[in-house]
Design a protein around this ligand. Structure first.
Ligand code: ADP
Length: 406
């Protein structure tokens, strides 16, 4: 790495998508952002926004057979803006990796041994790690000389005490198959809990925070003095809160019932719980904007949307109560991600009735729209309730840069 190398490319590879951001860590600015969708189909699409040049968003359509083709197309777009991957200013590539198991508790420079270890985790993350691995292989082939860093979604949660991480099942079976609570969205929970402490003018070590990451996927975490002590997602991202398309917590016997009584296959149950449940299963929509619109329109359809909303909120309240008990003292509740940052009615309803727990929302503050971290609780609130926009890419870039520039 040369002294002038301050850029980090962040890659987030999904099964058929590749999201990327090029950041300059000199001032944490974004030089370019983009997304390739429908990789492997005839209708792949690349949307690239060259923020550094202030140029217009560019869209390219056409078959991109695999991640290799997609990353090459991204590299060509970046090169067209004078930001090519061959630039000496590029310090590293940071990869989001969903599952790091128990081994990866920190961001890690990727070598062959690390890649093998990430592959060994595929059985516990069959839906996510294979795509992340493809992204890493592709990027390494393109720039074999450049440091590549894996930043794990699970890493922040590895501080959970054993009694929070273990399921109450036979220990030998659990250990043989690495079954335990790992938790996900860790990069976001880390970033948001730290930002929340800063908003309160405190060091992370001084505050206890409940973070509610409410996107299409959703998870809660209890963070005590900067360390995660519990989180709602488990072995997989299916457990916990009601999500856009996932059920969250459910009696595991429902799965036996679906197989034995409803005659569904393993894959059908998997798809039902991960893709056809949560808000979409309850009311046919997983976008909170649409759900609010239907509630406001009223009628029978509005009542269906309202029930989905109420189930979503009820689960949130249960986790707020549980994590208040886990933490003993709560200094702040932070709402983040698409729903948490934008849906004021969700924040209002989740906190309503929790005055006994010291939590309240001020209606005027809650109505403010902003990209900045902000308090939405009244001045005299015992617990600070905040909206803290997440930035997983910035966190990945910062962790990557800190590692390679150390
Ligand atoms: P992902 O989990 O896909 O990263 P995001 O954090 O981007 O998701 O959140 C996406 C969700 O945020 C959408 O499905 C929608 O429910 C919600 N959302 C986004 N904008 C708004 C808004 N203005 N009002 C209410 N909900 C919103």
């Amino acid at each position: 790495m040369t002294a002038t190398a301050t850029r980090v490319l962040v890659l987030n590879s999904g099964s058929s998508s590749l999201k990327y951001q090029l950041l300059d860590m000199h001032d944490a600015s974004r030089l370019a952002v983009g997304l390739v969708e429908r990789i492997g189909e005839e209708t792949s699409r690349l949307v690239h926004t060259p923020l550094a040049t202030g140029g217009a968003k560019r869209e390219t359509e056409g078959a991109m057979a695999d991640h290799d083709a997609a990353l090459k197309a991204v590299a060509a777009e970046l090169a067209a803006d004078g930001l090519g991957l061959d630039s000496p200013q590029l310090a590293a590539i940071g990869h989001r990796v969903v599952h790091g198991g128990l081994k990866f508790t920190e961001p890690t420079v990727i070598d062959d041994a690390v890649l093998t270890e990430i592959e060994r985790l595929v059985p516990v993350a069959p839906l996510h790690n294979p795509a992340n691995i493809t992204g890493i292989r592709t990027a390494r082939a393109l720039r074999p000389d450049l440091p590549q860093v894996a930043v794990f979604d699970t890493a922040f949660h590895t501080t959970m005490p054993e009694y929070a991480a273990r399921y109450a099942i036979d220990v030998a079976t659990a250990d043989a198959h690495r079954i335990r609570r790992y938790g996900f969205h860790g990069t976001s929970h880390a970033y948001v809990s730290r930002k929340t402490a800063a908003l309160l003018g405190k060091d992370p070590s001084e505050v206890n925070v409940i973070v509610l990451h409410l996107g299409n996927g959703a998870s809660a975490s209890a963070v005590a003095g900067g360390r995660c002590v519990d989180t709602s997602m488990g072995l997989t991202p299916l457990e916990g809160l009601v999500m856009g398309t996932r059920s969250g917590d459910i009696d595991p016997a429902v799965t036996f019932h679906l197989k034995r009584v409803a005659g569904m296959s393993e894959d059908e149950v998997d798809e039902l719980l991960n893709k056809k449940s949560g808000l979409i299963g309850l009311c046919g929509d997983n976008d909170m904007r649409e759900i609010r619109r239907r509630i406001d329109a009223g009628g029978e359809d509005g009542a269906r949307a309202q029930l989905a909303f109420d189930i979503y909120i009820h689960r949130l309240k249960k986790y707020l109560g549980a994590y208040t008990a886990v933490l003993g003292r709560v200094d702040a509740v932070a709402f983040t991600a698409g729903v948490g940052e934008n849906a004021a009615p969700v924040r209002e309803a989740a906190i309503a009735g929790l005055a006994e727990m010291g939590m309240a929302v001020d209606a005027d503050r809650n109505a403010v729209r902003s990209d900045e971290p902000r308090l939405i609780s009244p001045e005299d609130s015992r617990v600070a309730v905040a909206v803290v926009p997440t930035d997983e890419e910035l966190e990945i870039a910062q962790q990557t840069y800190a590692l390679v520039s150390a």
